[in-house]
Design a protein. Structure first.
Length: 267
């Protein structure tokens, strides 16, 4: 039993889905921890971990994920992958929209930001990092998800930007953490078990419903560091962001939405 959550309760809930669960009081990175276990041949996927404290958390584009044990949930899960490269491209936005659908039942303000962030008008709520690892001829996907659960002024000051929280109150923290862990694990299983056809059919419309920037003018930084401006027009069936630039629809599979026009900061 941990003061952070009931390990027995979470283990029981996830085992019904065939998921092995491990709780870590402290770790460098939940994603790195799972990748090491895969390479050591010491994991039978699907396998999920939650850490109370993460000292070297990883964000997208090599950024650090700033941690607060009380307010932030750090979750990673590894599954075996046998899909196509094209399918991999859709997994980030597909997971984001699945989580938005579930989280919006708790907080109606939840939206998505391409390619894989969840946010509200207050700021970033959750980030997703998907990494791949190969062992003994098998490919594995490691899904890392960080969620800001409970309001924390110190965390906002530490990050030095506005962030959002899933819950408004600090009551029943243990039970709420357990509920969110179940949502995260179920969502990862759901998207990795869906066929590519189902993803193509529903992804674009589901994304549009939660798209924070849909039909809004924004600045977008390309991998070359060039910044372009256009009107966001949702995503393609392959998970690319679509921008209308000079009356032409353009699609991008990498890049970054900026906040304040040219030279502006990312979220």
């Amino acid at each position: 039993m941990s003061d952070y959550l009931s390990i027995e309760s979470v283990t029981k809930k996830l085992s019904k889905q065939g998921i092995t669960f491990e709780f870590l009081p402290e770790v460098d990175s939940t994603n790195d921890y799972l990748k090491r276990k895969v390479l050591d041949g010491a994991v039978c996927a699907p396998y999920a971990v939650v850490a109370e404290k993460q000292v070297k958390g990883k964000g997208t584009k090599g950024r650090a994920w700033v941690d607060n044990s009380e307010s932030c949930l750090k979750f990673s899960m590894v599954v075996e992958h046998s899909g196509s490269t094209r399918e991999l491209m859709t997994l980030s936005p597909l997971l984001a929209v699945n989580l938005a659908e579930e989280f919006s039942k708790i907080n109606s303000k939840v939206k998505v930001k391409w390619p894989n962030d969840l946010m509200t008008s207050e700021g970033k709520l959750s980030g997703i990092l998907i990494e791949t690892v190969k062992y003994a001829g098998r490919f594995y996907l490691v899904f890392g998800i960080g969620v800001n659960l409970f309001p924390n002024c110190e965390l906002e000051e530490q990050i030095n930007r506005n962030i959002a929280f899933l819950f408004e109150e600090h009551s029943d923290k243990e039970a709420k953490r357990e509920d969110v862990i179940k949502i995260l694990a179920d969502s990862v299983l759901k998207i990795t078990n869906q066929s590519i056809g189902l993803q193509d059919t529903f992804l674009r419309e589901r994304w549009k419903k939660f798209d924070y920037f849909y039909q809004k003018t924004l600045s977008f930084r390309l991998p070359s560091q060039e910044i372009v401006e256009g009107t966001e027009n949702g995503i393609s069936s392959d998970g690319e962001i679509q921008l209308i630039i000079d009356d032409s629809l353009r699609k991008f599979n990498s890049g970054e939405i900026l906040k304040n026009g040219r030279g502006g900061q990312d979220f």
